[in-house]
Design a protein around this ligand. Sequence first.
Ligand code: NAD
Length: 423
Amino acid sequence: MTRRTATNVLLDTALKNFYGAAEEMELSENLIAVLGSSERRLEVSVPVEMDDGSIQVFKGYRVQHSTAIGPAKGGIRFHPDVDVDECEALAMLMTWKCSLAGIPYGGGKGGIACDPLTMSMKEKERMTRAFAARIAPIIGTWQDVPAPDVNTGGQEMVWLMDTVSKLRGHTEPGTFTGKPISYWGSKGRTAATGYGVATCGIELLKVLGREPKDAAVAVQGFGNVGSYTALTMAAAGAKVVAISDVTGTYCSPKGLDVQKAFDHITAHPKKLLEGFTCSGCEKQGLSDVLFVDCDLLFPCALEGAINEKTAGQVKAKNIVEGANGPVTPEGDAILDEKGVLVVPDFLANSGGVIGSYFEWAQNLSGYFWTEEEYNNRLIHIMKGNFKLVWDYAQSRKVKMRRAAFMAAIQRVADVERLRGVFL
Ligand code: NAD
């Protein structure tokens, strides 16, 4: 049977990864054809009255790759590069991420091709509300549940939810996640992704017969994901020997005071490590964090950080991917040759989407959990998912990234097989 290809690099890679794993799993050609296509690719026009009185028409998209397991789930991105193929690639990845996480969702993604950094708040609000009205027919608690992504956050979720609630004549909390705590959001969400990333690091040490207290750790990126990853590793007893952000690498072989670094960024107007110091701390260049000799390296900043140029210099014995796609396929091949073990992003950073599921579950029941309940449930799920992928990788003798793909595809394929192909 023919395979799809795409001119968009992200979509082409997503398809190739899927076909590669599906063939290794000996998935039937029928299932490969079904799961290699998206259920729905919606393009909408989004007319916005700008502050100068002119009308600008933006293009918006929402792609639902699969709703086999449950409602589509995935973010809404505001960025000039957004297009329908990029949304499809990211929607497909969401299908696998939600499946692997064991939560009752399929995969979706959407966005508007725009440059929000050049727009006023009022322009952004009008654009977000117009987009909400355009995609309203295909989103809903049991249809498709969007969330924040690049350049969108709690404020955009409030505009989206408020618009859909007004259109439908009732409060619609379960249609969006990533909302502020004061408006149907959930305690625990801010730390969830980093908490989950660190949990994977701790579980990895465990299966390798090590303990956090004997491990040296480096974290690239000290934003939302990186800071909570570093704090959680430090709380577990690990020695955090390097952290970094756009202002450089901060390291100490004796271990850094991570709480002090967190307090520093909290007080800094741009949330940066600029000016941070503590006992034994030395400042180094931007990329140096990647080359620190340590047991666990957590790349939690940008995609493509570990690539054909940088992978050869990595000294860490294990990598846990906190960011999305921090290791390129070329980087991955080099790390593999060096024997570096990589815990893949869509397992390691799934605490974010599991947190979204918790928010949705609370919204459905109208009952809010404590932060402690939230964290205990998150750790329980992350540990189980880590074990699932680790065992799968050991039994099939494949790398964790391939194992994660295979386990994720398997669950969706099983449900597709049970449901049949009517629609
Ligand atoms: P963020 O903007 O809060 O933090 C990014 C951090 O990376 C900042 O400290 C920034 O200074 C630093 N950084 C940027 N470029 C750098 C460079 N070249 N070298 C070193 N540091 C650099 O973003 P975030 O929410 O923490 O997201 C980080 C990554 O994790 C992204 O890939 C994102 O897609 C992914 N992710 C985030 C979540 C979430 O819940 N926030 C969930 C899943 C995946």
